[in-house]
Ligand binder design. Structure first.
Ligand SMILES: NC(=O)c1ccc[n+]([C@@H]2O[C@H](COP(=O)([O-])OP(=O)(O)OC[C@H]3O[C@@H](n4cnc5c(N)ncnc54)[C@H](O)[C@@H]3O)[C@@H](O)[C@H]2O)c1
Ligand SMILES: [Zn+2]
Length: 363
């Protein structure tokens, strides 16, 4: 399958989306002229290892491999896990020429990526994402991080992988809730960038929910194409990359206010996108019919569209904590119709409050 390139000069890298890519991993590296070093380190977690580690190990027979597993969950995207991995790399005498492979969802990818960015000042890094969110979002673009008790992703680096290999068949074992959460980010790409993607999601919603590999592979590829274009234009989030945060200012507030685990990230982003769309409708930038279409698509994907009931102070308290706040002003991504978006901090707070209220009472 033809690779898709993230164009970043000499740090450019290919993304390969192919069913069975896991078993074909060495051939894919070869086809893309990525010479695998003798020493490989696979970072994964217990859950993913159970499903996919044996396949990858069999494909890589003959290489010297160190497998490091961490616990499952966001709480393991921590400095403690970082230190645990570093200690094992040092104990095993892993050299600077080694490559670190992340096999897992966004948690494993962000953590392993930060290790790769900093072990001996940087070693080669390869992403093999296994959740839909990681396929379409976290594995592409080079943001790596661990959390701190003081906040999410506070410690990290921009560090691009050498290669991203996506096997859509891995999604077959993903929980329904994690799968649907990933779909929220997929819809987001359509809203900010691609009306055709939205139409295709509407047309194939059943096949997508059934995780039909050919359909889902095409959807993942399109999302990666969009993310690659945005990252190539704005690697360090000075401008266009911020549009990827559509629904996230409200979403982060929902996640934080509800407490850990109540809403998944994708669920919160879905409800957040609805508030942003409502705001756009009020500003006359989105038609009511477009708003209804987006709402219906999210409902069809099994995602929540009604935000939780919080008082306005709580919303603002959490939105001001969002990392996109610049010089004290909360910045909003506003969809302009469907297929385009803009970033602004010039929105009357009352309009925001009204949009939240209307999204709440809509049916
Ligand atoms: N770097 C970025 O640009 C970026 C972008 C978005 C999100 N993120 C980060 O990504 C993380 C969330 O990622 P996530 O949603 O993938 O969560 P996750 O990595 O925790 O994976 C979700 C769950 O699915 C399990 N799992 C993974 N693959 C599986 C498979 N194929 N079959 C069965 N189970 C599987 C995991 O063990 C976990 O329990 C957050 O930490 C977030 O900050 C990073
Ligand atoms: Zn997100």
């Amino acid at each position: 399958m033809k690779p898709l390139m993230v164009e970043l000069g000499e740090r450019s890298y290919p993304i390969i989306v192919a069913p069975n890519a896991l078993a074909d991993f060495p051939q894919i590296c070869q086809e893309n002229r990525i010479a695998l070093p003798k020493q490989l380190v696979i970072v994964t977690n217990d859950t993913v290892a159970q499903h996919y580690l044996a396949t990858l190990q069999a494909a890589l027979a003959g290489y010297q491999m160190l497998v490091i597993t961490v616990g499952d969950g966001e709480s393991f995207k921590s400095l403690a896990s970082y230190e645990h991995i570093m200690s094992q790399l040092i104990a095993a005498n892993i050299s600077r020429d080694a490559a670190i492979i992340a096999l897992g969802g966004g948690v494993v990818g962000d953590l392993a990526g930060f290790v790769a960015a900093t072990y001996q000042r940087g070693v080669d890094f390869i992403q093999i994402p296994t959740t839909l969110l990681a396929d379409v979002d976290s594995s592409v673009g080079g943001k790596t991080a661990v959390n701190h008790p003081g906040g999410k992703n506070l410690i990290g680096a921009f560090y691009q992988p050498r290669l991203v290999v996506i096997d859509p068949n891995c999604l077959l074992t993903l929980s329904d809730r994690d799968y649907r959460s990933g779909l929220a980010e997929v819809v987001k790409y359509g809203v900010i960038y691609d009306p055709e993607l939205l139409a295709s999601l509407e047309q194939h919603s059943q096949a997508i929910l059934q995780r039909q590999p050919d359909i889902i592979a095409a959807v993942i590829r399109r999302c990666c194409e969009i993310k690659a274009a945005i990252v190539a234009a704005d690697e360090r989030e000075q401008g266009a990359r911020a549009l990827l945060n559509l629904g996230h200012t409200f979403g982060h507030a929902i996640e934080a206010a509800a407490g850990l685990g109540e809403w998944t990230h994708g669920e919160a982003v879905a409800a957040g996108m609805i508030i942003a769309a409502k705001l756009s409708e009020q500003l006359g930038e989105m038609q009511t019919s477009e708003y209804r279409r987006l709402r219906q698509l999210l409902v069809d994907m099994g995602l929540p569209v009604t935000p939780p009931q919080l008082d306005p102070q709580t919303w603002w308290q959490y939105m001001r904590r969002d990392k996109k706040v610049k010089a004290g002003a909360v910045r909003f991504v506003i969809p302009v119709g469907l297929g385009q978006a803009r970033l602004t901090s010039d929105i009357a707070p009352e309009l925001v409050d009204q949009s939240i209220q209307q999204a709440l009472t809509d049916s």
